[in-house]
Write a protein that binds this ligand. Structure first.
Ligand code: GLY
Length: 572
């Protein structure tokens, strides 16, 4: 692993790669013959493996893993949340993004989180039932099973049902995140009973049992999406949400639909990079950064990613993509998102013209836009089956433990994804910045996301990756793509030291030890403000090296996840 951005690094010879490297061409119909699962929790990895061993494909395993994470990582994702699944079908070669993002309830309104003076009340969109969008995960599970899987939900949901009933053990991560949200969890009787122990932090190793969630999963297994979005359970959800101060209606649940969208595809160093489409900003921002960086690298006649110039150019490309993200990105069913323009190499070439090789561009000197903060808690998993189907999925309930409210009798913990909308669009803030209209709240609309499940591939490699981390997701995936396209091992993709800039605030965030003292000084002399933050992200990735037919998987060393590569039993 390259643990510090110092030393020789790897020289990216863009000019050569852009002309086309002499890759070994993959044979038609090849398959990895093994399977791989990388998730943020060992119980979820075990669930995916069990379903693959039972004859399921990658899409069945995605159902099992999603449900197991909903049980064992209640702080990250769940039946009450949403997410994006990037799917690749081996037989057709088709990529599709399954959009299971939450939708604003029908009674939501643009100013619902403003007080009488028109000032945002941030707690309202974070804590409590008013913060919750209409969940997409149950519909996604049904859709995956129905359209893509081989097994019935009764089989694929079983590991999660057992886990919910028998319980999972409290880990250090669980304790840390309960500690972070203890007050809001203690305030809600449903959450208090499940996630705390007599109102206090549970001990390490204590079992967290969720019998109501087990029953809800069983209902989903028996009745499919209607078991969640219609009938008795839907009634309980709506009653519970409204009693807790929320605005859900039966029609919001009945009307929820997942959407299949074309992913955003870009090219970088001769690789195809496939990532999330709006309402995620991930694929668009990633393409814009990669295109800008590639233009700058060509201009420099080749570039070491880890040199000061490489880091400076990466930061400047990030700055501009995050500015555009704030101005243009939103739910494509509600606003026109100029995806083609923002992801075109010509547009990036125009951005590159304004980037100096020696000086940082102050964000304040770019056209102003308001940026909205994003919740950090989310999860990601990557799966490949032996036939070469693969899934990258990033799922969320937004803040740790979402809105902190568990609807009585359902085990469903509500998301607080409404906080990902801009609260006060179109109004200049104290700095005179305007913008974020594209991400204004509207009934039925999906809030803008940074979740970026991604494939990176050429004839030698298929990489499947993603991470949680709020607005930092995109730059972490960028780091993974840069590392993958340097030919490094998948363990390096997930461990890669992180560096992030998001336009505003105008600062570069780095993990401790990312930069040498000399690099820090040089970047500061260029005008960059550098801040060191704790390690961030929890990337789960896998790589199928086609040349040699080798499968690798890795879980981020910063988290508690587990990645496995395994042989499947021969069919009888
Ligand atoms: N809630 C985090 C995201 O959607 O990006």
């Amino acid at each position: 692993m390259m643990s510090r951005m110092t030393g020789m690094g790897w020289i990216a010879l863009f000019a050569f790669v852009a002309l086309g490297a002499p890759w070994h061409l993959a044979a038609a119909g090849e398959a990895p013959r093994q399977a791989a699962v990388a998730t943020a929790h060992p119980a979820a990895t075990a669930a995916g493996r069990e379903v693959l061993q039972a004859g399921g494909n990658a899409f069945d395993a995605a159902v099992a893993v999603t449900a197991a994470l909903a049980v064992a990582e209640p702080y990250s994702s769940g039946l009450g949340g949403g997410g994006f699944y990037l799917l690749h079908q081996a037989d057709s070669g088709r990529d599709v993004m399954l959009d299971a993002r939450e939708r604003a309830p029908g009674q939501a309104s643009r100013d619902m989180y403003l007080d009488d003076e028109g000032e945002p009340q941030p707690q309202l969109s974070v804590d409590g039932a008013l913060a919750a969008g209409i969940p997409g995960i149950p519909a996604a599970l049904d859709h995956l099973a129905d359209r893509y899987g081989r097994l019935a939900l009764g089989e694929t949901l079983q590991p999660a049902i057992t886990l919910a009933r028998e319980g999972f053990e409290v880990t250090p991560m669980y304790r840390r995140l309960v500690g972070f949200r203890q007050e809001v969890l203690a305030d809600d009787p449903g959450s208090r009973e499940i996630f705390l122990h007599a109102g206090a932090l549970p001990d390490l190793g204590q079992l967290i049992r969720q019998p109501d969630l087990a029953a809800t999963l069983e209902r989903l297994a028996l009745e499919g999406r209607d078991g969640f979005y219609q009938g008795e359970l839907a009634g309980r959800l709506v009653d519970g949400v409204r009693k807790a101060g929320g605005i859900w209606c039966r029609s919001d649940l009945a009307g929820y639909r997942v959407v299949e969208r074309d992913p955003v595809v870009s090219r970088f160093r001769g690789f195809e990079v496939v990532s999330a489409a709006p309402p995620s900003s991930g694929g668009v921002a990633l393409a814009e950064i990669l295109n800008t960086y590639a233009t700058l690298a060509r201009r420099a006649g080749g570039l070491d990613d880890l040199s000061v110039l490489g880091l400076h150019y990466r930061i400047e490309a990030m700055r501009r993509a995050y500015r555009d993200r704030a101005e243009y990105l939103g739910d494509p069913d509600y606003v026109d998102v100029p995806v083609e323009r923002l992801t075109s190499p010509d547009y990036a070439a125009g951005l590159a013209v304004g980037i100096s090789p020696s000086d940082a561009t102050p964000s304040a000197s770019l056209a102003p836009v308001i940026t909205a903060p994003e919740g950090p808690h989310t999860t990601h998993f990557s799966i490949m089956d032996a036939d070469g189907n693969y899934v990258a999925a990033t799922l969320s309930i937004n803040y740790p433990f979402g809105a902190g409210v568990t609807v009585p009798g359902t085990g469903v913990l509500l998301n607080d994804e409404m906080d990902d909308f801009s609260q006060k669009p179109g109004v200049p803030n104290v700095y005179g910045l305007i913008g974020a209209e594209a991400n204004a709240i509207a009934p039925g609309k999906r809030p803008l996301s940074s979740m970026s499940p991604t494939f990176v591939r050429n004839d030698e490699l298929v990489g499947v990756l993603g991470t949680p981390g709020g607005s930092r997701i995109i730059t972490m995936v960028l780091g993974g793509v840069l590392t993958a396209t340097r030919g490094e091992s998948v363990a390096d993709w997930v461990a890669e030291p992180r560096i992030h800039h998001q336009y505003l605030p105008d600062r570069v965030e780095v993990e401790p030890g990312t930069l040498s003292e000399d690099q820090r000084v040089e970047l500061e002399l260029m005008g960059h403000r550098i801040e060191t933050n704790d390690g961030f992200g929890n990337m789960q990735a896998l790589a199928w090296w086609r040349d040699g037919n080798r499968l690798e998987a890795a879980a981020d060393p910063r988290g508690e996840g587990e990645a496995v590569v395994f042989d499947l039993r021969q069919a009888p």
